[in-house]
Ligand binder design. Sequence first.
Ligand SMILES: NC(=O)c1ccc[n+]([C@@H]2O[C@H](COP(=O)([O-])OP(=O)(O)OC[C@H]3O[C@@H](n4cnc5c(N)ncnc54)[C@H](OP(=O)(O)O)[C@@H]3O)[C@@H](O)[C@H]2O)c1
Length: 278
Amino acid sequence: MIPDVSRLGLGTGSLGDPAQSDTDVDRLLGAALDLGITLFDTARSYGLSEERLGRFLRGRRDGVVLSTKVGYGVDGVPDWTPECIRKGIDRALGLLQTGVIDLVHLHSCPLDTLEHSGVVEALTAAVEQGKVRVAAYSGDGPPLRWAARSGAFGSLQCSVNLCDQEALETDLSRPLLAKRPLANAPWRFAGRPVGDEAEPYWERFQTLSLPSFGLPWDELAIRFSAYAPGVSSALVGTRSVSNLRRTAEAVERGPLPKDIVDAIRARYRECGGWPGRI
Ligand SMILES: NC(=O)c1ccc[n+]([C@@H]2O[C@H](COP(=O)([O-])OP(=O)(O)OC[C@H]3O[C@@H](n4cnc5c(N)ncnc54)[C@H](OP(=O)(O)O)[C@@H]3O)[C@@H](O)[C@H]2O)c1
């Protein structure tokens, strides 16, 4: 099962950008450790992220829970094959400079791939070989529900936030890591952020038209997702030490009052819900 993790985890998607300096990345990772964050989530597709995490964590690996994702992007090997899982894990072990990875996710493959390609069995074999502690699936919708029912995964990663509550409407009966826990912070944009990662949630945010219940938006958002039922940790993404500190302080303030959570859940249902965003 999933090891003990801090309620706030760091999603390192943006730390793989070569335009960001190693110094800035190290400063952010150092601040995360100082704030008591023990869970770091990365992926094959996050640019330099795995390599930078591996370098930063050399000599600091104890007590850290490392999470990555595989399934594609191994030279000369077709994506979503057992060989790609095996080689992807070996590659990640090297980049992360560790003998074992705590959580390895299949990174959002479709249902048919989960059922018929042999990738689940390849990940299970890596757990048996001691290369991976917990086999996990990352995704949303029908494949997520299949992954929960299959019993093959000790942890699931899915979108959980003010604008994305599909996973909360289903009993997944597995520890959840909440990705996109701030819904990409849509309140930052007065007008539609065309082409920005936040655009889909910005649209939902307008439709929801929630009040902020007297709280700063980032606090409302992270306290909702980090303490949602079934969630072990919320994986916030940021390049900013001050935003990370604000988010960590908000999480320290604990779950939102029940009447606020109920109002947020009810408003989402009134709007008809939306599919979980991969
Ligand atoms: N498995 C998957 O397919 C998948 C998909 C998406 C995400 N994820 C995981 O989830 C992590 C987070 O996802 P995400 O970055 O897309 O979504 P997010 O955490 O909901 O939002 C990140 C955005 O919020 C801003 N932000 C952070 N803290 C803030 C604060 N206190 N106040 C205002 N704005 C703030 C960040 O900007 P600044 O940099 O300026 O702070 C960034 O633009 C990823 O790194 C990854 O680990 C996984």
